[in-house]
Design a protein around this ligand. Structure first.
Ligand SMILES: Nc1ncnc2c1ncn2[C@@H]1O[C@H](COP(=O)(O)OP(=O)(O)O)[C@@H](O)[C@H]1O
Ligand SMILES: [Mg+2]
Length: 235
């Protein structure tokens, strides 16, 4: 579904990603782990077309994304729930969800089923659909960010630190629904500093440090890997 080959991204003189290669098959949930500043957000932004790589290639379902604008990538099936949610503050919950249907509206029927799916996953959003986005709690905003991403009818869902700033109980609630979403056969790439949470839903993971992939493997194996336990699990 997604193939990234030797991707390098720079910010001026700073190299944020160094020849990163990642493969995600249809239906997989893959985690990208790493400390603050490792390059995780940069990778998602490059996939979405928000950062321009200096080298390397990204292909979605076999189609090279080079030169394709971010809006067109959304139409091709990429959805990005960004770091710190980026809820549109002046819009209601419902309006935040409707905005994301621009990718297909007018071409492919009504949004009723899409809304029903999001509200079934996150009933609190249904209860709060008339409230302004800024008035939601952190956990509810994260649910809205994920719901909004789903409204674009993606083939690949990119999630940037969905547990960031959430109490453990809420993180678990969000992650339970991410597992449900992956169970609907939606392919996902989830970026996290919260290794335990991410490995609970992913089947495979990559670890990046200073822009380099330093480790990759099955989630169950990485959970027991000495380097992971030492660096990320406080063992
Ligand atoms: N807009 C930017 N301009 C300059 N440097 C940046 C910018 N965004 C990120 N960086 C740098 O790139 C590196 C990777 O950042 P980022 O992808 O945000 O890491 P992560 O999401 O893993 O915390 C860091 O060294 C960060 O300081
Ligand atoms: Mg980040």
């Amino acid at each position: 579904m997604l193939r990234i080959e030797k991707l390098s991204v720079h910010y001026g003189a700073v190299q944020a990603l160094n020849a990163v290669s990642i493969d995600i098959a249809q239906g997989e949930c893959v985690a990208l782990l790493g400390a603050n500043g490792a390059g995780k957000t940069t990778l998602l932004r490059a996939i979405s077309g928000l950062e321009r790589p200096r080298e390397g290639r990204i292909a979605l379902a076999g189609q090279d994304l080079d030169g394709i604008a971010p809006e067109q990538r959304v139409r091709m099936g990429l959805a990005h729930a960004p770091e710190r949610r980026r809820i549109f503050p002046g819009l209601t919950v419902l309006e935040n969800l409707e905005v994301a249907t621009a990718a297909w509206r007018g071409l492919k029927g009504s949004m009723d089923d899409d809304l029903a799916r999001v509200f079934a996953l996150f009933p609190r959003l249904k209860e709060r659909r008339g409230q302004l986005g800024w008035s939601l709690s952190g956990g509810e905003q994260q649910m809205l960010a994920i719901g909004r991403a789903l409204m674009s009818r993606p083939r690949l869902l990119l999630l940037d630190e969905p547990s960031l700033g959430l109490a453990p109980r809420l993180s678990e609630e969000v992650y339970a629904q991410l597992a449900t979403i992956n169970g609907m056969n939606l392919t996902m790439l989830v970026v996290e500093q919260n290794t335990t949470m991410a490995l609970s839903v992913a089947s495979r993971a990559y670890v990046i440090e200073h822009g380099d992939v330093v480790l990759e493997g099955a989630a169950a194996e990485l959970m027991d890997h000495p380097r992971i336990r030492e660096a990320y699990l406080g063992a």
